[in-house]
Write a protein that binds this ligand. Structure first.
Ligand SMILES: C[C@](O)(CO)[C@H](O)COP(=O)(O)OP(=O)(O)OC[C@H]1O[C@@H](n2ccc(N)nc2=O)[C@H](O)[C@@H]1O
Ligand SMILES: Nc1ncnc2c1ncn2[C@@H]1O[C@H](COP(=O)(O)OP(=O)(O)OP(=O)(O)O)[C@@H](O)[C@H]1O
Length: 303
């Protein structure tokens, strides 16, 4: 009999919340080709979950709706294992033990979907293993390891509302930022991040007009979000026809604001209350049962 594991079966568990780019302005490009971005980011209560326990040898197991896809998609190595290996090396370099571990990943988020699932998993691995190994990871080493894993990993380490600049490493927390009810939608077509960046025709768009307001008022923030953009949305729409339909469908459910996250194809709709978001997700699911819809709430700045 095959036993299906879940993160809760483990001694220690970590959430890997979905990252939502409420706005993303491409403001320039570095000499190494990476793009300079201004990002307004929050995190959903919905996400992947990871479990950790000491083991006689290193093990990795998967469960969850999107685990079959991940097994074939991450031929370059799962980000969870790359995070484990980099952290172990840093622990050894600092004279700490980093014994074998069994890591379990509950993959609830669609893969290559603009909500940073792999980055969230990598960040949760760094948080979980520092706890399991009792390794006091210095903040600058954590950021350096995170950036080696991906531009989104430093912000996923924080997993709180924030503004990120540079390629994602310059982080400013937003302690007043409110929670939003949200619907996430994805047409289950994966969109390649490098390809979306390559399709950009303009790389010197206006940055955020700062300061963004320090308020906990939801409607004021929605006004601000609507004045901002996701500069990756036009190239992603050109690569993936479904994004336009998805965005219209979410909007038609009465969302207060609708936009694509990251490099797509996931789009989000903001709602007043979780009940409205839940009803919208159910209606969307009956319209497109073959797509992914999830109602959730986002994490507050001072949570
Ligand atoms: C689009 C965002 O998701 C917004 O949060 C991120 O900027 C992308 O973060 P990520 O998925 O962690 O990206 P990485 O794995 O570091 O980069 C994937 C590829 O995207 C392109 N890339 C990524 C980030 C960035 N600021 N400029 C880029 O041009 C590069 O071609 C890079 O090789
Ligand atoms: N644990 C993981 N979860 C998801 N993808 C992973 C993981 N490990 C490796 N990958 C690889 O990373 C790629 C990007 O996956 P991810 O789901 O993080 O993309 P994304 O949501 O578009 O991220 P971003 O918003 O940061 O651009 C996938 O195509 C997959 O091959």
């Amino acid at each position: 009999m095959t036993v299906i594991l879940a993160a809760d079966d483990f001694d220690l568990s970590e959430e890997a919340p979905a990252k939502i780019n409420l706005a993303l302005h491409v403001t320039g490009q570095r000499a190494d080709g990476y793009h300079l971005l201004d990002m307004l980011v929050t995190f959903a209560r919905h996400g992947d979950r990871l479990g950790f326990r000491a083991s006689a040898h290193d093990e990795f197991s998967l469960s969850g709706r999107f685990s079959p896809l991940l097994a074939e998609a991450s031929a370059g190595g799962n980000l969870v294992l790359r995070a484990r290996d980099l952290l172990r090396q840093a622990a050894h370099d600092a004279g700490f033990e980093a014994p074998p571990v069994h890591i379990h990943l509950e993959k609830n988020l669609p893969v290559a979907s603009g909500i940073g699932g792999g980055s969230a998993d990598a960040a949760a691995t760094l948080r979980g293993l520092t706890r399991l190994w009792g390794f006091p990871l210095p903040a600058d080493t954590a950021t350096a390891i995170a950036l080696r894993l991906g531009a989104d990993v430093p912000m996923c380490l924080v997993s709180r509302p924030l503004i990120a600049r540079g390629i994602g490493e310059a982080i400013e927390l937003l302690p007043d930022f409110p929670s939003f009810a949200m619907v996430l939608g994805n047409p289950l077509v994966s969109v390649s991040t490098p390809e979306v960046f390559r399709m950009l025709t303009r790389k010197d768009n206006p940055p955020f007009a700062l300061p963004l307001q320090a308020t906990n008022n939801r409607m004021q923030w929605i006004g601000t979000i609507e004045r901002l953009r996701n500069d990756l949305e036009p190239p992603a729409r050109a690569l993936c026809n479904e994004i336009a339909t998805l965005s219209q469908l979410i909007e038609s459910q009465g969302a207060l604001a609708t936009r694509m996250s990251g490099s797509g194809a996931t789009c989000f709709g903001l709602f007043d209350h979780l009940e409205q978001a839940t009803a919208a997700a159910a209606a969307l699911h009956s319209l497109r049962p073959d797509w992914y819809f999830q109602a959730t709430e986002t994490i507050k700045g001072d949570a």
